[in-house]
Design a protein around this ligand. Structure first.
Ligand SMILES: Cc1ncc(COP(=O)(O)O)c(C=O)c1O
Length: 517
């Protein structure tokens, strides 16, 4: 390869390095801490959303691929001036949209430590990082009252947790060896059918698509008036599919739906799965850690019977992104599904014993970061009792919000609080009166107008910046949706949010009513 002799090649090596002097690391570290302290300090008063478009932001930071060095100081300064001010303030006490949680400060520092330690928590011999992940998984099983022998894995989030669990479910329940022959849905084998409720999170059908189950083989089971899976309809659909020669293989129950926080009837679903020999999976990404509250835990009764569970510590454990977790009761099923052998990975060295755990045998990833550290630190700093109180507080805040809405003459509750979610809409008092006295045609027009009105309220919140809720559609109603997974939100914030919404609703009504009614 080289024409020059070895001596000349050695002369070409200048021992260049990316290393920084300890003093420089210390200096930059202190500056970073100051930056983070400022960020956390401003959380309550700063605007929730940046006021620039993506295009404007891209323009702000655009530069050609950097060719030459800059000091860490310069880079950090640019991050401070250009990037940090444009962040969406996830963790702001009046950001109640989607399911966005306020990450623990210690979790943020743990991520920094984990990156510095740069462990690859996968291959056998990852040692202490593996031990921490195993301990954290044991703690999560204990929180849920799940089988202590179950296997678990930390993943990026709920979507990956559901995908991982459903991969195991598919492989275990297939009447053929999926690993060898691939999916045979369009050949002689009976199609494998997956049952979910109409309210299931979209990541589940997405997982079914990835796994080759196919959208046509997903049965959307009706929900009852509380948006919980209707057991009768589930049984009916399973029996029908069996009669038609199909292969029902799995039911996904939700422990906390994303729209309304509904918890499906887990015990009854477990009974049905047992009767028809189906895999019982629970998507507990949002509601699973409600088990930390002794008041809420009974809602999750039956979760311990699940074959697998998907969880999101980056929701109600307040862990900074990304932190998901999947549990599978029969650990050998996980290994059967994912374990592969390669000499270059599984070196038989004296460092590796039979008791070693290789997390790449339990999921999709090979290289994995040290996610467990931020969960370990957060659980240790706050303890499960305080966690339970905070989760209760979130639920109480939403019930308080719901009571305030109920008392207000210009709002309407659409769904009662489910866990820490409430759905409602702005409905001006004189319009409510008009609605009651209207014909069915007029009622239809008013309903359409209410959708326009509430859509505008959501849009104005983005510009206003004092609060941000998301929205959803329930039946034909466009509704505002508040979800508190936030340890900063207070009673005062809730009162303020209602006032802001009233103000924005009023403005929208003045702007649009004449045009529409
Ligand atoms: C019930 C439910 N399942 C799954 C997910 C997906 O989780 P993630 O966004 O962590 O992938 C969510 C996200 O909100 C959810 O609410």
């Amino acid at each position: 390869m080289f024409e020059k002799d070895d001596h000349t090649i050695a002369d070409l090596i200048h021992d260049e390095t990316f290393d920084m002097e300890s003093e420089e690391i210390r200096k930059i570290g202190y500056q970073m801490v100051d930056l983070l302290v400022e960020y956390f300090q401003d959380m309550r008063t700063a605007a929730i959303l940046p006021n620039k478009t993506l295009k404007e932001m891209s323009k702000l930071i655009y530069e050609p691929l950097p060719q030459n060095e800059q000091t860490a100081d310069q880079v950090l300064d640019e991050c401070k001036k250009k990037i940090m001010p444009e962040m969406i303030r996830i963790g702001h006490p009046r950001l109640l949209g989607w399911i966005l949680s306020s990450g623990t400060p210690i979790g943020a520092f743990a991520d920094g430590v984990a990156s510095a330690l740069n462990q690859n928590v996968s291959v056998s011999g990852a040692g202490m990082a593996t031990a921490v992940e195993l301990l954290v998984i044991d703690w999560i099983k204990e929180i849920l009252g799940y089988d202590p022998c179950a296997a678990g894995l930390l993943v990026s989030g709920g979507s990956l947790a559901n995908l991982t669990a459903l991969t195991v479910a598919r492989n275990v329940k297939a009447n053929f060896n999926v690993r060898n022959s691939g999916m045979k849905q369009d050949r002689s084998d009976k199609n494998m059918i997956l049952y979910v409720s109409e309210e299931v999170h979209v990541c589940v059908p997405k997982a079914a698509n990835i796994l080759g189950i196919g959208t046509d083989n997903i049965r959307y089971v009706n929900v009852d008036q509380n948006f919980c899976l209707d057991i009768k309809d589930l049984r009916k659909k399973i029996v029908e599919d069996q009669k038609n020669g199909l292969h029902p293989f799995c039911v996904v129950a939700s422990a906390g739906t994303v729209n309304t926080g509904a918890v499906d009837p887990l015990e009854s679903i477990a009974d049905i799965c047992k009767q028809y020999n189906l895999w019982f999976h629970v998507d507990a990404a949002y509601g699973g850690f409600a088990a930390l509250s002794s008041r809420l835990k009974p809602l999750l009764c039956g979760i311990e019977r699940a074959d697998s569970i998907a969880l999101d510590p980056h929701k109600w454990l307040f862990i900074p992104y990304e932190a998901g977790c999947v549990l599978v009761k029969n650990s050998s099923y996980m290994k059967q599904t994912f374990a592969v052998n390669a000499e270059y990975i599984h070196a038989n060295t004296s460092l590796v014993s039979n008791e070693d755990v290789d997390f790449s045998d339990y999921g999709i990833q090979l290289s994995r970061n040290f996610r467990a550290l931020k969960i370990w630190m957060s659980l240790k700093q706050y303890g499960v009792l305080k966690y339970g109180r905070l989760i209760d507080q979130n639920v109480n805040l939403v019930q308080y919000f719901s009571a305030l809405i109920d008392e207000s003459l210009d709002f309407e509750i659409v769904t009662k609080p489910g866990l820490s979610i409430v759905c409602f809409r702005y409905f001006p008092m004189n319009l409510q009166k008009m609605y009651e006295e209207s014909s069915s045609v007029q009622k239809e027009r008013i309903s359409e107008y209410l959708n326009v009105l509430n859509r505008d309220v959501v849009n104005s919140m983005r510009i206003d910046g004092r609060t941000l809720l998301s929205s959803t559609i329930l039946g034909k109603k466009f509704v505002l949706r508040a979800c508190v997974v936030n340890y900063r939100t207070t009673k005062k914030d809730i009162e303020m949010i209602l006032e802001i919404l009233r103000e924005l609703g009023n403005i929208a009504d003045k702007k649009f009513r004449k045009m529409f009614l």
